[in-house]
Design a protein around this ligand. Structure first.
Ligand SMILES: Nc1ncnc2c1ncn2[C@@H]1O[C@H](COP(=O)(O)OP(=O)(O)O)[C@@H](O)[C@H]1O
Ligand SMILES: [Mg+2]
Length: 338
């Protein structure tokens, strides 16, 4: 089972540029989480801070007893082996075929024999659906295949925590749906803790157990998917409905004048009313047939039912509906085996 990641009061700036401040959240062990946010809000910086490649100004990132921000570098290096990182662009070596690209971490970080490396690499290639393409160069395959190769490479060292940076960027909706299913299937097969950063609404609505959103240098919220997906907060609504009218502008932060004009109705084109209609909760993606249920589901159910009284009413309703819990029966078992 994956490992929990605990982020406490994380704050990061570059010189005078504040990226985000006081970000606190816990990635529950083995669950899939998504961090949404417009471009430039520091999602990639956040991922790099989790693995200690960037140092926050303040705060902690606790993984298996190690603070990825402040512990001795040797401990951070060791803890980093728990992570698998899928970069935005795949980050493959252009001169190496997919097999060698995916084998690279094994050859670099382990003393495994070539036969063992072959077995592991081919298994991961199979998991991401790239069997037959292992001899190809990155330049010879599609962007979607490159991303899957990057994912396969992130998997060879058996990570317990998987971080994916915009797995959808540059992909069409069909390939994005494919990668969404792949991520859910992967979670089913290895039960790793996963964090996906993206601004893709389809991924946000269908993939994660938990969701948060970075906006205006702050974490808007982080919690069970039902909280954000039923949220009435204008910034969340606008993002989830991809509405052009609202607090988020092309420059990411609209000025007060534009916002006031929109609030008074000028510039609204009818889409505002669609945004305020009650939103139906899209069902979460299920594992492909034959894979069984995700181990995270039972654990999450217990966790979320325990949280229930602390959540907004709309989220409570959505959770009760999806978990088949009647409003009066909210008695989570304590210490049950799940
Ligand atoms: N190493 C760095 N040094 C200085 N500024 C950086 C560095 N990395 C990222 N930034 C800045 O941080 C901001 C957030 O970047 P990023 O995390 O890439 O956003 P996102 O991934 O959400 O699109 C950007 O303004 C970017 O220029
Ligand atoms: Mg980024």
């Amino acid at each position: 089972m994956g490992i929990e990641v605990q982020v406490e009061g994380l704050t990061k700036s570059f010189g005078k540029q504040q990226i985000w401040q006081d970000v606190s959240l816990t990635l529950p062990a083995g669950e899939v989480s998504v961090m949404l946010g417009p471009s430039g809000t520091g999602k990639t910086v956040f991922l790099k801070s989790l693995i200690g490649l960037l140092k926050p100004d303040r705060g902690r990132v606790l993984v298996d007893g190690v603070d990825m921000a402040r512990s001795p570098e040797r401990d951070i290096m060791e803890a980093r082996k728990l992570f698998g990182l899928m970069f935005q662009d795949g980050a493959l070596f252009g001169s190496m075929n997919l097999f060698d690209n995916i084998a690279f971490p094994l050859r670099e970080h382990t003393k495994k024999k070539e036969s063992e490396i072959r077995r592991i690499v081919m298994e991961r290639i199979d998991v991401v659906g790239l069997l037959g393409a292992e001899g190809k160069l990155p330049g010879e395959i599609s962007g979607g295949m490159r991303k899957r190769a990057g994912l396969a490479r992130a998997l060879v060292l058996d990570p317990q925590i998987i971080l994916c940076d915009e797995p959808d960027s540059g992909l069409d909706p069909v390939r994005t749906a494919f990668i969404s299913q792949l991520l859910i299937d992967l979670n089913t097969q290895i039960d790793a803790t996963m964090l996906i950063v993206t601004h893709n609404l389809d991924i946000a609505a269908t993939v994660p157990d938990n969701m948060g959103m970075l906006y205006l240098h702050n974490l808007v919220t982080f919690g069970p998917r039902e909280v954000l997906l039923t949220s009435e907060e204008p910034v969340v609504r606008q993002f989830l409905t991809a509405d052009v009218v609202g607090p988020i502008g092309m420059s990411e932060e609209k000025d007060a004048v534009t916002l006031a004009a929109e609030a008074s109705g000028a510039g609204a084109s009818g889409s505002g009313s669609a945004a305020s209609a009650p939103r139906e909760l899209v069902p979460q993606l299920q594992p492909s047939p034959g894979l069984g249920e995700r181990a995270a589901v039972a654990r999450r159910r217990e966790r979320v039912l325990r949280l229930l009284p602390t959540l907004p009413e709309s989220a409570q309703r959505a959770i009760r509906a999806t978990h088949g819990v009647s409003p009066t029966v909210v008695m989570p078992r304590v210490g049950g085996a799940g």
